[in-house]
Design a protein around this ligand. Structure first.
Ligand SMILES: Cc1ncc(COP(=O)(O)O)c(C=O)c1O
Length: 400
């Protein structure tokens, strides 16, 4: 199928402001249908859940529909969908809960490729329990996270392996299934950070071997809501701190307080939007999501080649990120200019990018970028087009 980016861009009101939004890795714009879904939820009248009147029922429906939508997006089950404000908050919550079962001398494995949100909660929980942290290292020459090292990193003491499905700076997509297989072979659980991968590829949490799959809707055209998807039976074995009258079973035990009901309507609309990106796709929403995300991956890969080739042709640019399988995210520096200066110059040319370590704190350290202001990150999502890329390249070219 030909990906019709003009049709896609037309449904994003914010894109009409004339900027090239290459900051999607830090949060995307939202389509009109998402804005409308949130506004409609408020317009229709909402109440807290569990009541006897229709507005309360509407909120309950929004929660149920959102769980189903996230299950369709990730290949999970709605009863295993935990909702929350963002991935970081939920990961701290899961780290707190899971680590209660850890004994001194137990082990957890984290990786230097990950965003700090999938490192520090585990490192801090391990410190509290006297558990040992083992580090999976990035091969700097390739920016790969070799999966073979996990066979040595895990042992019968390993309780958890935390790994990203895609780096939020260099884009590397590790072989999560192989890593998960090594973890499962010793009986460890696998916590996958899908925040950066989800907007770019079809997701099947089960095929990845993810016992927990975390993602945030604001990275894929939705509102600021995070989720962790797990097997319902696994969740039942966990006992998070909760208020006495809060539910005794189900994902609701992990969701503290009152949910952002209207935003959940926006999450459902965002999944619908993703499912619609291949208008020729048919079948269930799950099938349409998979077909659409395959089309997105193909489109973004082509556009990313244009971006990488353009940057690669400039002698004053150093690119980081060389993995064979990667999300369409470029990380680069420009000789003679700090990353902040480059980002400011690009902003003056109406190009939005990020600068810094982008919380890939460990990776910035091993790349030698942590003390020099990190690098510039330009990330593509499905609404970016060749004009966005060419504007970036022209503006970077001016810095020679
Ligand atoms: C790969 C990755 N993981 C985790 C996070 C944290 O997500 P949240 O903002 O939902 O806490 C981010 C945010 O940028 C990210 O890119």
């Amino acid at each position: 199928m030909t990906f019709d980016v003009h049709r896609v861009r037309a449904v994003y009101p914010a894109l009409s402001d004339g900027y090239a939004y290459l900051d999607g890795a830090a949060g995307t714009q939202v389509p009109a249908a998402v804005i409308e879904a949130i506004a409609d939820a408020y317009r229709s009248g909402l109440g807290n859940v569990g009541g006897t009147f229709p507005a309360s029922g509407r909120s309950g429906s929004l929660v149920a529909e959102c769980r189903q939508a996230l299950a369709d997006l990730t290949g999970g089950s709605p009863d295993g969908v935990i909702l929350g404000p963002n991935m970081t908050t939920l990961t701290y919550r899961l780290a707190d809960t899971l680590s209660r079962r850890w004994e001194p001398g137990d082990e957890v494995v984290v990786s230097r490729l990950d965003h700090d949100a999938n490192i520090r909660p585990w490192v801090q929980a391990a410190a509290r329990r006297g558990a040992v942290v083992r580090w999976a290292e990035v091969d700097i020459s390739t920016t790969e996270l070799p999966s073979a090292q996990y066979r040595e990193l895990v042992s019968e003491r390993t309780r958890l392996v935390a790994v990203t499905a895609a780096s939020n700076v260099v884009g590397t997509r590790p072989d999560v299934a192989a890593i998960a297989a090594a973890a499962h072979a010793v009986g460890a659980l696998v916590y996958v950070d899908g925040v950066h991968a989800t907007p770019h590829v079809p997701v099947d949490a089960g095929a990845l071997g993810a016992d927990f799959y975390a993602t945030s809707a604001y990275k894929w055209s939705g509102p600021h809501i995070g989720t962790v998807v797990a097997e319902p039976a696994l969740l039942e074995t966990l006992h998070p701190d909760k208020l006495a009258p809060a539910p005794e079973s189900g994902p609701g035990r992990f969701e503290r307080g009152t949910a952002a009901f209207a935003d959940l309507a926006g999450v459902t609309a965002a999944v619908e939007h993703l499912a619609s990106l291949d208008p020729t796709a048919t079948g269930s929403r799950r099938q349409r999501v998979l077909a659409s995300m395959a089309a997105v991956e193909e489109y973004e890969t082509r556009l990313f080649a244009r971006l990488l080739d353009g940057l690669g042709a400039m002698e004053h640019v150093t690119r980081y990120g060389r993995a064979a399988r990667r999300a369409p995210t470029a990380f680069f520096t420009v000789a003679g200019h700090s990353p902040r200066q480059i980002a400011a110059h690009l902003a003056s040319r109406r190009v939005n990018v990020w600068n810094g370590d982008n919380y890939a704190w460990e990776l910035a350290g091993v790349l030698g970028l942590r003390d020099s202001g990190g690098a510039v990150r330009a990330g593509l999502v499905h609404y970016n087009d060749e004009a966005d890329v060419d504007r970036l390249l022209a503006a970077v070219g001016e810095l020679a």
